[in-house]
Design a protein around this ligand. Structure first.
Ligand code: HOZ
Length: 431
């Protein structure tokens, strides 16, 4: 059977007439790689199936949530069980407390946690809390980190904003970003200088503790040390945006991996197990400024939604009981080493950073430590590689500046099939 995506293309043409760009989130639009996005029909385990009937080994997992793979039986059962009892109460339910307790148990720096419906909401709320608690306005973020489409953080942002060339978006009034200082990731000296100059005004420093949104970028020990020291010295809050890394790089997130206790943490993706959930939490004294205990207002009709909570509880419980992390790490290492060997054999300059089950194949000979280095990647080569893999049934993140994810449903069979596809795809790039 010849590979065709005709139904996807037809549908995308139709979608563009009713949805801006035919997508509900720009990172999916294939803007950086060209061509027409694949329209999905269903998913199972490590696989996605499109409306043309093609099957793909999935390395996106809905951009992170599906660490257990698609349609994990425990998650589906929990969702169905909750559905049978109602879809939304707009009142407290037991499930939201259960999920909160699981999060607090997993992430020791979180003493109180508030559920919201997306990662964007989580970071937006966390910075409001940080400003309310400290009585200061200035925020530090890092170029290439993405914290959702929050006005004050949409400056030199990664992910779709970077991919589509709008890292600082029109429509965000200058006033909203006037108090945002953007520094380079992994530059402790720059951080020290910023604090020396404006320390008493700085409410918080927010970062992805392992970046996923400019491709995977790993923090240095010096950088992590400087973040803690400077925040403590100037009484600013340290916010780890663990929307991507939470329950991904370790059950307790990147903070447990690095032995750091941020003041606030934002979560999303995995804690909803594929349903829309975000959360922010941290020190009890800081979280006690949140309404109705304190004066900082934040609310949501669907926050703590019972069906979404049930999905999150089943996901975290399964992760806790099965501890898939060592196996995920070893599978991902096999994949990453295999890709690197194949690229070397094909004479392609590359680097493949990996943390746990997150990785990015950069068409870049340099170790990627920050946005400036990431931007030196050969994005044209990436686009060709992406399509060559897609044609061979491997669904990668559709931008050089995103992370890919391995799930617990992947086995060595999928990893070997991926390497086989990559051998042909990478060899073809030289022609
Ligand atoms: N922010 C996600 C990637 N880092 C993309 C979300 C989506 O398009 O679904």
């Amino acid at each position: 059977m010849t590979f065709t995506q005709q139904q996807s293309q037809n549908h995308f043409t139709r979608a563009q007439k009713s949805i801006p760009g035919g997508v509900n989130s720009p990172a999916r639009a294939f803007g950086a790689v060209g061509g027409s996005p694949v329209v999905m029909d269903r998913a199972n385990g490590a696989y996605l199936f499109d409306i043309d009937g093609n099957r793909y080994i999935d390395y996106i997992g809905s951009w992170g949530p599906h660490i257990l793979g698609h349609r994990h039986p425990a998650v589906i059962d929990a969702i169905l069980g909750a559905l049978a009892k109602g879809t939304s109460f707009g009142a407290p339910c037991e499930l939201e407390t259960q999920l909160a307790e699981l999060v607090i148990d997993a992430v020791p720096s979180i003493e109180r946690v508030r559920m919201v419906s997306s990662g964007t909401e989580a970071t937006m709320s966390a910075i409001r809390v940080a400003r309310g608690f400290t009585g200061r306005n200035v925020l530090i973020k890092f170029a290439g980190c993405y914290h959702g489409h929050v006005d004050s953080l949409l400056v030199k942002a990664g992910s779709g904003a970077l991919t589509l060339g709008t890292p600082s978006s029109p429509g965000v009034p200058p006033g909203c970003t006037a108090d945002t200082l953007v520094l380079d990731y992994n530059d402790p000296q720059q951080l020290e200088q910023a604090f020396a100059k404006r320390g008493s005004e700085i409410a918080a420093v927010i970062l992805e503790p392992v970046v996923g949104n400019m491709g995977v970028v790993v923090p240095t020990a010096e950088f992590l040390q400087a973040l803690q020291t400077q925040c403590q010295r100037y009484s600013a809050l340290l916010i780890f945006d663990e929307v991507m890394t939470g329950f991904r790089v370790a059950y307790g997130g990147a903070q447990s991996l690095f032995g750091i206790r941020p003041d606030l943490t934002t979560l999303g993706k995995i804690i909803g197990g594929g349903l829309p959930v975000g959360a922010y939490g941290g020190r009890a004294d800081v979280m006690n400024v949140v309404s109705p205990v304190g004066p900082v207002y934040q609310a949501g009709t669907l926050s703590g939604n019972p069906v979404a909570m049930a999905s999150g509880i089943a996901t975290l419980t399964t992760l806790k009981e099965s501890n898939p992390y060592p196996r995920l790490e070893s599978l991902t290492q096999t994949l990453v080493r295999g890709l690197s060997d194949l690229a070397t054999k094909a004479g392609i300059s590359h680097t493949v950073p990996q943390v746990g089950s997150m990785f990015t194949f950069f068409f870049n000979p340099e170790k990627v430590t920050n946005l400036a280095v990431a931007m030196k990647s050969d994005t044209k080569a990436f686009a060709r590689y992406f399509h060559a893999m897609l044609e061979r049934g491997v669904y990668l993140a559709c931008s050089q500046f995103e992370a890919n994810f391995v799930s617990a449903a992947h086995t060595s069979e999928e990893i070997q099939a991926t390497l086989q596809a990559a051998e042909a795809a990478l060899a073809g790039l030289k022609n």
